[in-house]
Design a protein around this ligand. Structure first.
Ligand code: ZN
Ligand code: ZN
Length: 239
């Protein structure tokens, strides 16, 4: 069975906190060694189409994703089967962001690329680093109107589910949680979590590296989901 090298938490130059060099041409240059990724910008899905299309030329497959900031300031990764669904969900989230005006010199520029991957314009509003007016439960419910996976990001770190809430929510069936190292894996298991995903949360080109290895037949959303549920996502620990 083929083995794929993946990383499902990657920001582009559209995320205000991502490096200004996270452009499609840098992805084309740096993604060597990766063949399956997800584009998960903060609170927007506007770059998924462009990056997915351009990365076809180096045979990198993209799972449509987003990193949503809930009202509780918890970061949640949502992955979709279809780009169209991700884009629709992304619009709902963008429209729910609390901070419209912002100073890009202080908080970072949001750069939008055209379909060829070139600079199109500075995306001025809303501030994509702000939080949504939706709570975790509301985001969960909206996400489940689509074929999607709901996976809280870096749960023990800044803006993490456990850091901010202190305990796992009882009423939600989380598809998995994102953790960063073996110590966090043990901690998450003790809290009762069963499914895991391991990513680099790339904001800089040097973080465009494989974080997991998956043995599967095809790089589809269904295989991605199955690999998580059957615990076949093998971490490549970096730290
Ligand atoms: Zn985050
Ligand atoms: Zn992130």
């Amino acid at each position: 069975m083929p083995v794929f090298y993946a990383n499902f938490h990657i920001h582009t130059v559209l995320s205000p906190c991502a490096d200004i060099t996270m452009t499609p041409d840098i992805f084309l240059e740096y993604l060597e060694g990766l063949n399956w990724i997800s584009i998960t910008d903060h609170n927007t899905t506007k770059h998924i189409g462009v990056y997915s299309e351009l990365l076809k030329s180096i045979d990198v497959k993209v799972i449509p994703g987003i990193e949503v900031t809930s009202k509780e300031e918890v970061h949640i990764l949502v992955y979709f089967e279809k780009i169209k669904d991700a884009e629709e969900f992304g619009e709902i989230i963008e429209n729910s962001l609390t901070m419209r005006e912002y100073d890009p010199d202080k908080l970072g520029y949001q750069i939008l690329c055209d379909k060829n991957g070139n600079f199109k314009k500075i995306y001025e509003t809303p501030f994509l680093g702000s939080s949504s007016k939706f709570s975790i439960d509301e985001i969960y419910n909206i996400s489940k109107e689509y074929n999607s996976l709901f996976i809280p990001a870096h749960i023990f770190r800044f803006n993490g589910l456990i850091t901010n809430l202190g305990f796992p929510p009882e009423n939600l069936v989380l598809d998995a949680v994102e953790i960063k190292n073996k110590k966090e894996l043990e901690r998450a298991k003790k809290l009762g979590f069963k499914n895991f995903i391991f990513n680099s949360d790339a904001h800089f080109p040097e973080q465009l590296i494989p974080s997991v290895k998956i043995e599967t037949n095809a790089r589809t959303f269904e295989e991605f989901k199955k690999s998580i549920m059957e615990r076949k996502v093998m971490p490549l620990w970096q730290h």
